[in-house]
Design a protein. Structure first.
Length: 563
């Protein structure tokens, strides 16, 4: 027999809530929230649904754009979307219910449930699967695997596990934190072994049905769900249907569907003792301690963060045809969810969710209007800024009349003038910075990451050093470097450029120009990286990408016959 557990809050927790000052959202929240959706999302393309709740009551719910572009069906708060990785918190909650029932332990190794799973993954504990420290190979990161030929077919749990179980583990259990979808597939398998039912059926019977979450279901049945949004992507010729994926593929890592209204009901129940007991909930929202003594800001299916300096418990989701975000502010008992039916949406669900949360707090993020760039005023500030705690540097430079910043190991980001010494990164970023001189004349950059109220203040250390001189490499030599390379983050393509040089492209990212600094070493300025080619017996066999103090090896694939 299966049932949903319902627990009361601890006495201390109830007292803390009772003693908290009453919080009320601004009276003009609805007007400003509707304006935010209109500003960020088009009315005639794939759309977005959003909800804001205070104390479990909706204070704003709305939609923008189209759930079905061809049929011109509008998005509403009742529209059903693919949740993506927001699914993980439901999977984690079922596991914590089973722990409370004594049917498993967080310290149980995977081998208890899957006795034939190979080492070292077999030694990973349930806890490590939940907090992404299991070390097993994440199947969504297997080079070349996430293509329609693999995703557009049904998998049993055993068949899906077979995709990654024999692959080498990138790390030992507990050694490091790395977001891992395979870990949650394995948790789904554990739920199935313990409950003797499909993982999504356990979610439905233990959580969705008792809480009356009528749209929270396993995605394999999305074809029968009324108000289900169609999924889209952005192609070279505009919006088109998203790549096909059978919803057995995301499994317990990302296969649930639901509406923003039902996710808000779920959040209120989860964060107020109606789903797991107090001890289980505390574990779900606790950061993950690491061997180094640091901690990762991730619990069990939930990420820890901040919005405008307030504590936040959040999680996003990304899946073919969908992009989602959810944010809960425990001290104010505010919840925000934003769902889009595109995997490359016109706006950003994460950005919109944070802006809506800030509006509900009465502490909105600053917005900026484009001002005329005074290059003469900004030129003295161009140069290198040293980051605190040995975290590298940030370069501030101009090119072709435009401004850019670039952090060590990061991409070049174009910055736009907003007047009064302020600069921002466009409509799809909350980050901005201010330039100022102190009383002694030292030049400083105050960076407000993600729009947070406290700035990271760095001083100008000096001008940007000259680049290493470019060298000429024969086109015949460059041609030997061209080809496709297999890497842990996906295929890497090296191609001959029209200008006689090379470009590098990681699958799913833009191509970047490479500048030769020796016959085998190339600089990739746009992403602050260095690429070194290696040969064996006179043949190029691999490359290594050096970026931000890390090394990414990639092995050259054999050219197809006749090429």
């Amino acid at each position: 027999m299966t049932f949903a557990l319902k627990f009361a809050l601890t006495t201390a927790a109830c007292a803390a809530l009772a003693g908290a000052p009453a919080f009320a959202v601004p009276a003009d929240l609805r007007e400003k929230a509707e304006a935010e959706l209109a500003r960020s999302w088009p009315a005639d393309g794939p759309g977005v649904a959003a909800i804001v709740t205070e104390g479990g009551e909706a204070v704003f719910a709305g939609g923008r754009g189209l759930a079905d572009v061809e049929a011109r069906t509008p998005v509403t708060p009742q529209t059903v979307f693919r949740l993506g990785s927001i699914t993980k918190q439901f999977t984690a909650a079922v596991i914590m219910q089973l722990v409370a029932e004594g049917r498993l332990s967080l310290d149980d190794p995977l081998s208890r449930f899957l006795p034939d799973y190979p080492q070292p993954g077999a030694g990973a504990t349930v806890r490590q699967l939940l907090n992404h420290t299991s070390g097993v190979q994440s199947y969504t990161g297997i080079p070349g695997w996430m293509v329609e030929a693999n995703t557009n077919r049904a998998y049993t749990t055993e068949e899906l596990i077979a995709v990654f179980r024999a692959l080498p583990s990138p790390s030992q259990p507990g050694e490091r934190w790395a977001y891992n979808n395979s870990g949650y597939v394995l948790l789904g398998a554990i739920i199935e072994r313990v409950t003797n039912m499909p993982w999504h059926r356990a979610v439905e019977e233990r959580i969705a049905t008792p809480l009356r979450l009528r749209t929270i279901r396993g995605g394999t049945g999305e074809g029968e769900m009324p108000l289900m949004a169609r999924g889209y992507t952005a192609g070279p010729d505009g919006v088109r249907p998203a790549m096909l994926i059978h919803m057995s593929v995301p499994h317990a890592a990302g296969a649930l569907i639901g509406s923003v209204e039902d996710l808000a009901r779920w959040a209120q129940a989860l964060h107020h003792g109606e789903v797991v007991d107090a001890a289980g909930y505390a574990r779900m929202i606790a950061p993950t301690p690491m061997p180094s003594g640091d901690s990762a800001p991730y619990g069990f299916g939930l990420r820890l963060g901040e919005v405008r300096g307030r504590r936040a418990i959040e999680h996003a989701g990304g899946i073919f045809g969908g992009s989602t975000e959810s944010v809960y502010l425990p001290d104010q008992n505010l919840f925000v969810a934003v769902f889009a039916n595109s995997d490359s949406p016109a706006g950003s669900p994460g950005l919109t969710a944070r802006r809506l949360a800030a509006l509900a707090l009465g502490d909105p993020y600053p917005t900026f209007e484009l001002a005329t760039l005074d290059m003469a005023a900004v030129e003295p500030f161009l140069g290198v800024y040293t980051l605190p705690d040995g975290a590298g540097e940030r370069r501030f430079f101009a090119r072709d009349g435009k401004l850019f910043t670039q952090r060590s190991g990061g991409n070049e980001l174009e910055a736009f003038a907003a007047g009064d010494g302020r600069y921002f990164y466009g409509a799809q970023s909350l980050t901005w910075f201010r330039l100022e001189r102190d009383a002694a004349g030292a030049m400083a950059m105050l960076m407000y990451q993600n729009g947070e109220p406290e700035a990271e203040r760095t001083l100008r250390a000096g001008p940007i050093p000259p680049e290493a001189a470019a060298v000429a490499v024969a086109r015949e030599t460059l041609a030997t470097y061209a080809g496709r390379y297999a890497s842990p983050i996906g295929p890497v393509t090296i191609a001959l450029a029209d200008n006689g040089g090379l470009t590098i492209q990681v699958e799913g990212q833009p191509a970047f120009a490479m500048r030769a600094t020796s016959s085998t070493e190339f600089a990739v300025g746009a992403v602050s990286a260095r690429v070194v080619f290696h040969s064996e017996a006179g043949r190029i066999t691999r490359l290594v990408i050096h970026q931000g103090g890390r090394e990414l090896p990639a092995t050259k694939e054999a050219a197809p016959p006749g090429s």
